[in-house]
Design a protein around this ligand. Structure first.
Ligand SMILES: *Cc1c(COP(=O)(O)O)cnc(C)c1O
Length: 402
């Protein structure tokens, strides 16, 4: 492999984000390919036995086995780290592999975690079921309430875990306050930044220690592959995350890494345009539905905080209707252009009813407590012309009696 400027951190860290998104991490083979190569190989070969020994001893850089490192995956990791402003990144098989790895690699029996109550369903499963089963206690709180974070700290609290905006209630966490509080108490903050990505919000600029991703969402952005990533300091990645990851193997396939890597080249264009479209669609819906949860609209109680932390509002928001599940399902069933789908971050507009899909397994009480009612609908606004989306929503709303 030829080292190109894309692999020279001294140079790439000085580039602006748009340049990093297109060229950061590029590492060319002897063929000089323009598009980064796909190394779909599980293992690697060596010219002599001494080389293997040197690589396993950590005395020589180079590939040994794709659970430990792979050139295509490494290119993606380098690009994500640059865009995040993080020292290091390791890619994971899925967003949930990233969340699980980020938490389990640093926790042990007897530790305590404070987590946001409003979160992706499987993230709540980690804090409600998996961690307690292994002797790690958890407290879930209203993440909008700064005092609640403070009040939940115990002498054995090791980690704060949250998303902002949260899936699907769009609760916003005051990152500067919460990350600062964590630092004062020696607590590691893990932020799930799937809804925003580094293009719209960089949690490390507000003091976050670890940023974890579902790259399935906006990073891929075209609904093709599952992927995840964890960013942190070089020391944390090397000493805390890597021993766990290398031995348990939640690794991303090189093919999926390649797809996401290409997705990053257009991430900013998509995230900004989809945010604009989400604002147009949100303004239309605001006049038609009883309750909006849209961080880009002034009606959102944390609009000012959201816009202080984010460059744009993002493509995802939620709203609710008063007729419960029946009316929410009727609205979805009336759609002719927008798809019914529980995915987000896609270039296509997608809508779902979280209570009967993404947050189904939590049960009605936990859903109610985190604000996911029976009338709540989540929308991911894509790259279509918003006028077509509004026409579709208008006729579906009418069909649902709204
Ligand atoms: C989708 C999602 C995840 C899980 O990601 P997968 O790639 O589906 O495993 C985690 N957190 C948030 C906020 C998500 O939206």
């Amino acid at each position: 492999m030829k080292k190109t400027t894309g692999q020279n951190r001294e140079i790439t860290k000085l580039w602006r984000p748009a340049t990093q998104a297109v060229r950061g991490g590029t590492w060319r083979s002897e063929h000089g390919e323009t598009s980064e190569a796909l190394f779909l190989s599980s293992g690697f070969t060596y010219d002599d036995a001494e080389t293997v020994a040197a690589r396993f001893a950590g005395e020589q850089d180079g590939m040994t086995y794709s659970r430990l490192q792979n050139p295509t995956v490494q290119m993606l990791e380098e690009r994500i780290a640059l865009m995040e402003g993080a020292e290091a990144c390791r890619a994971q098989a899925t967003g949930m592999a990233a969340m699980t790895t980020a938490l389990l690699c640093q926790l042990q029996m007897g530790d305590h975690v404070v987590a946001a109550r409003a979160a992706f369903g499987s993230c709540r499963w980690l804090t409600d079921n998996l961690l307690p089963k292994w002797g790690i206690s958890t407290t879930t709180i209203d993440s909008r309430d700064n005092d609640a974070w403070k009040a939940a700290i115990q002498p054995n609290t090791k980690v704060f875990f949250f998303e902002t905006p949260a899936n699907p209630t769009m609760d916003i966490v005051d990152m500067a306050y919460v990350c600062g509080l964590a630092k004062e108490h020696g607590i590691t903050t893990v932020v799930d930044n799937a809804f925003a990505t580094s293009v719209l919000q960089r949690p490390m600029d507000f003091g976050a220690d670890v940023v974890a991703y579902s790259a399935t969402k906006l990073m891929d952005g075209q609904g093709r592959v599952l992927a995840g990533a964890v960013c942190g300091s070089q020391q944390w990645i090397d000493d805390v995350l890597l021993p766990f990851q290398r031995n348990t193997g939640p690794n991303l396939s090189p093919f999926n890494a390649w797809v996401v890597h290409k997705g990053l080249e257009t991430l900013e264009l998509r995230a900004m345009r989809q945010s604009e479209n989400a604002l147009v669609v949100g303004k239309f819906l605001e006049g038609r539905v009883p309750h909006m949860m849209h961080p880009g609209l002034e009606s959102h109680p944390q609009h000012a905080l959201a816009m202080q932390q984010m460059k744009a509002c993002g493509p995802i928001f939620a709203f609710s209707v008063d007729g419960g599940r029946k009316q929410a399902h009727a609205l979805l069933n009336g759609l002719k252009l927008i798809d019914i789908s529980n995915n987000i971050g896609d270039a296509r507009s997608l809508m779902c009813h979280p209570a009967s899909s993404t947050h189904h397994s939590m049960g009605p009480e936990a859903r109610e407590a985190m604000g996911v009612g029976e009338g709540l609908i989540r929308i991911n606004v894509g790259l279509e012309d918003p006028a077509d989306l509004i026409e579709d929503l208008d006729q579906a709303l009418k069909a649902a009696g709204l």
